[in-house]
Design a protein around this ligand. Sequence first.
Ligand code: NAG
Ligand code: NAG
Ligand code: NAG
Ligand code: NAG
Ligand code: NAG
Ligand code: NAG
Ligand code: NAG
Ligand code: NAG
Ligand code: NAG
Ligand code: NAG
Ligand code: NAG
Ligand code: NAG
Length: 656
Amino acid sequence: MRLFVVFLLSCIARASVTVYSQVPLAKPTISVGADGNYTGAAAYDPAVLQAPPVPTGLPTQFNIQLAAQSSAVNGLSIPQSGAFMGFSIEFSVISYVCELAQRSYLTPSHSKYLQVPFLNLMALIRDRAGEVRIRIGGNSQETASLVDSLDDGKMIEKHEVILNDTTQTPSLVYTSEVFYTMGNISSLVNARWWLGIPLNDTSNLRLGIAEVGEQVLSPNNYLLGFQVGNEPDLYADHGNRPSGYGPQNYTNEVGIVIDAIDNDSQIQFRNNLVVPSISTTWSQQSVWDTGLVSTYDSEIGYLAVEYYPDNNCYAQYGIGSPRVPQDVFSDYLNHTSGQLIVASYLNSTAYAQQMGKPFLMFETNTASCGGFPGVSHSFGASLWALDYGMQMAYGNFSGALLHVGGQGVYYNPFTPPPGNLSGLAQWTIGSVFYSALVMAETLGHTGSAQVVDLNANNGSIYTPAYAIYENGAPARVLLLNYVTDPSGASDVSVAISTGGSVPSSMMVKYLVAPSVAEKFNITWAGQTFGGFFESDGRLQGAPSPSTAQCDTNANTCTVRVPAPGAALVFLNSGSAQQDALPTATQTYPTTAATKVLNTVTIDPSALATSNGGSEKNRQLASTSHGELNGGVVRRTVGWGIMLTGLGAGAWAVFWW
Ligand SMILES: *[C@@H]1O[C@H](CO)[C@@H](O)[C@H](O)[C@H]1NC(C)=O
Ligand SMILES: *[C@@H]1O[C@H](CO)[C@@H](O)[C@H](O)[C@H]1NC(C)=O
Ligand SMILES: *[C@@H]1O[C@H](CO)[C@@H](O)[C@H](O)[C@H]1NC(C)=O
Ligand SMILES: *[C@@H]1O[C@H](CO)[C@@H](O)[C@H](O)[C@H]1NC(C)=O
Ligand SMILES: *[C@@H]1O[C@H](CO)[C@@H](O)[C@H](O)[C@H]1NC(C)=O
Ligand SMILES: *[C@@H]1O[C@H](CO)[C@@H](O)[C@H](O)[C@H]1NC(C)=O
Ligand SMILES: *[C@@H]1O[C@H](CO)[C@@H](O)[C@H](O)[C@H]1NC(C)=O
Ligand SMILES: *[C@@H]1O[C@H](CO)[C@@H](O)[C@H](O)[C@H]1NC(C)=O
Ligand SMILES: *[C@@H]1O[C@H](CO)[C@@H](O)[C@H](O)[C@H]1NC(C)=O
Ligand SMILES: *[C@@H]1O[C@H](CO)[C@@H](O)[C@H](O)[C@H]1NC(C)=O
Ligand SMILES: *[C@@H]1O[C@H](CO)[C@@H](O)[C@H](O)[C@H]1NC(C)=O
Ligand SMILES: *[C@@H]1O[C@H](CO)[C@@H](O)[C@H](O)[C@H]1NC(C)=O
C-alpha cells in the first residue's frame, strides 16, 4: 500500500501561489433509508430548502457615494487584517482534519502525513491575507495532558471520560509532536495558532502546553496565544465547577494561572493570554466589572467571546425547543442578523479598544448542536457568514473563527471524508469556507483595511454594502444581495462614485449561486470547490473576474449584483489592483495516488465535537473509544511529516 503525494514549495515571487495536490479516488454514495429519507452523516445531508419569496418593493437601483479620504468617513473600523476570518478546530479532532490517514493502517514505519487538502485550503487564505489563524481547543483542551510519548509513536490519544463532567469530554493525552505538526503546517502555509491551557483543575495546573508550545512555535512567530478557560460561564452548568461559580471566581482562577506562569521559567511570554471566552450565560459587563483586564493587563493579549445565533439541540438531542430549518432559514438571509449579533458586543469592542486589546469571536457558526440541515451548508449561509464577518470587522472585532466539527455537523467550512475513506475520497467544502475566502480578499493583505457599513439602498436589509478603505483611500466595495429571484428582476444595479475621477472600468469578482438554497453550484469569480467529496482543497476552474464599465464623465461605475450574490468591486485600476490579488492558481504536476481499498474504519462519532453548549453532542464525542473494527484501528493517531527537501522550488515527498 503506497501513496505518493508530491507538492512543490514555492518561495519564489510574492505573487506566486503554492499548490498542493493529491489525486484520489472514490466518491461515496448518499445513504438513503427505506422511506427515502437521508440516513447518513449530517455533513453530507442533501436537504435543500426553499428560498424565501421575493420581497416586495425592493429598490433595485441605488448609488454609493464614497468620500475620497477616510478622514471624512464616520464610524470607520479599526484597521483590519485579511486573516480576520479563521478557523476553530476542536483539540480532539486535529488529527482528523490535518493528517492524511489513520496511522494504524500504515506500515509499521513511523512515517507521518499532513492532509494535503487542508494545506491547500489554508494556502488559499494565506495567499490572500498573508497568514491564516487557527485555534486548536474547545472543551477537549480542559482535560488535555502533555506526555513524553505514546505507544507506536502516536501523537494524541483519548482516555476515559472525566466522570464529573456532564459534557462527557474524553481526556486527551498528547505528545509534543502535536506542536511540531503545527510547526510544519505553519512553515508551509503560514498558519498561526491559538492553543488552550487546561483549566479543569486550578490546583494542579498543567502548563506543558504553554512551555512546549511556546518553545516549538514562537521562534518563527507561529504562536498567537493561549486561551484560559473555554466558556467558563458554562462550567457550573456542565458540572465542572460547583454551582454559584461566577465571573469573580473565574477572574481569580485566571490570577492563579498567571501566578503559575510567572513562576515558570520555561514560559517566556507574558502578554498572550485569551480571556474570558464566555458565551452568553454571564453578561460581558459582569466580567469586565471584576477588573479582570486591568488587573492582568500585561498578561492578557486578547479578549474573546463565543457565540452561535441559534441552536439545533432539540432535533439532535431533544434539548431546548424545536426548530424547523425552513422556518429559520430567513433569519440568516438578511443584514439584520449580523447587525443584531454585533450590536450586543459593541460596548465590549469599545472597552477592548480602550484597554488596548484585540477583541475576538473565538468560536462561531450558523447554529450550535451541529447547525441546521439545508441552512448551514447553503449559499445563503455563505452570504450570511460574509455579511456577519464584515459586520464584526466594522464593529471593531479583530477576528472571528468559524468552528469545524466532525461528520456529525452541518456547518463545517471543510470536512475530510469519513475515516475509512481518508485518502480515498475527496473533501467536502462547506458554503461558509467561501465566506472566509471572500473576506480575506475583501480585507486584503495590507493590514490597513478599514471597514464601514454603508447602510446602502436606504438601509434595505436585503442589499447591504461595505466600503473598505486602505491607507486612507477607498480601495474596494463589497455588495450583497440576499434575494433569490431567477427572473433577474431583483438584480440590483449600483452606481459607485469614489469622490474622484474613475478609471474606464473596474474589476469585479462575483460570489454567486442560482439560489440561496443552493449547496453545490457556488462559484467565486468562476471557480468552485464542487459538491460533496469533490475537493482537494484547490479552487476548480479558471478564474474569471468580471468588469464593470465606468462613466468617466459622471465619474461613476455601475455594478450589477445578481439575486442572490455578492460582488467585490476593486476601485483602483492598474498595479494597485493587481497587487491586491493573488495570481491565478498555477497547477503544478502531481503524481497520481493509488491506494487499495482497505477495511479500516473509524467511528464517525469520534469526530463529533463540542460546539457552543451542546451537552449531548459532547457525549456523542466520547461514547466510543478504544479499538474499532476488530481491533485493527484504535481511535488514536500519530502523525507528522517527512520532508526530503525544503526551500525555493524544492520538492517535498510524502510516502509510505
Ligand atoms: C422522512 O422525512 C419526512 C419529511 O422530512 C418526515 O416527515 C418523516 O417523518 C421522515 N421519516 C422518518 C422515518 O424519519
Ligand atoms: C483534570 O484533568 C486531568 C487530565 O485529564 C485529570 O487527571 C484530572 O483528574 C482532572 N481534574 C479534575 C478536578 O477533574
Ligand atoms: C466530583 O465527583 C466526586 C465524587 O463523585 C465528588 O466528591 C466531587 O465533589 C465532584 N466534584 C465536583 C467539582 O463536582
Ligand atoms: C516538523 O516536524 C519534524 C518532525 O516532528 C520536527 O523535527 C520539525 O522541527 C518540525 N518543523 C517545524 C517547523 O516545526
Ligand atoms: C466564588 O468566589 C467567592 C468569593 O471569593 C467564594 O466565596 C465562592 O465560594 C466561590 N464560588 C465558587 C463556586 O467557586
Ligand atoms: C513558585 O515556585 C516555587 C518553587 O518551585 C514554589 O515553591 C511556589 O509555590 C510557586 N508559586 C506558585 C504561585 O506557583
Ligand atoms: C431578518 O433577520 C432577522 C434576524 O435573524 C430575523 O429576525 C428577521 O425575521 C428577518 N427578516 C425577514 C424579513 O426575514
Ligand atoms: C452599553 O453601555 C451603555 C452605557 O454604559 C449601556 O447603557 C448599555 O446598556 C450597554 N449596552 C449593552 C448591550 O451592554
Ligand atoms: C470602531 O472603532 C473606531 C475607532 O475607535 C470608532 O471610531 C468607531 O466608531 C467604532 N465602531 C463601532 C461600530 O463602534
Ligand atoms: C466506510 O464505512 C461505512 C459505514 O460503516 C461503510 O458503509 C462503507 O462501506 C465503508 N467504506 C469503506 C471503503 O470501507
Ligand atoms: C427609505 O426608507 C424609508 C423607510 O423604510 C421610506 O420611508 C423612504 O421612503 C425610503 N426612501 C427612499 C428614497 O426610498
Ligand atoms: C450554476 O449556477 C449558475 C448561476 O450562478 C448558473 O448559470 C449555472 O447554470 C448553474 N450550473 C448548474 C450546473 O446548475
